[in-house]
Design a protein around this ligand. Structure first.
Ligand SMILES: [Zn+2]
Length: 113
């Protein structure tokens, strides 16, 4: 994951929202980054601050929500928590898992003022 290009696309989305609302400035960007998405949050915050300068999102607060990882275990037929991609099922040790949550990576909300 390249945090700088990620930060730039987030700012792009925020600016588009601000422009379609009459050119207001962005105050808060609410981001959803799952724990399995492989994003370095410190790096992302740093890149966001750097890339937002002189944009409509300059000075905006970046709020990051981190949904936990989860997967469907086929042998157990239940949903289990998953700390890392590639981990086995914590109940039965199987690797027959389908990841169902934690890989989210999206802008949930842009607040403008
Ligand atoms: Zn299992």
């Amino acid at each position: 994951m390249h945090e700088m290009s990620l930060a730039e696309s987030i700012i792009q989305i925020a600016e588009d929202t601000a422009r379609s609302n009459g050119g207001a400035r962005v105050s808060v960007v609410l981001l959803e980054v799952g724990r399995l998405a492989g994003v370095e949050l410190d790096a992302l915050r740093f890149c966001f601050d750097a890339a937002s300068r002189s944009s409509l999102a300059d000075g905006a607060t970046l709020v990051i929500e981190q949904p936990d990882g989860s997967a469907w275990c086929m042998p157990c037929s239940v949903s289990v928590p998953l700390a890392n991609l590639g981990d086995p099922c914590p109940r039965c040790g199987s690797y027959q898992l389908q990841v169902t949550g934690g890989t989210e990576l999206r802008v949930r909300e842009v607040e403008i003022h």
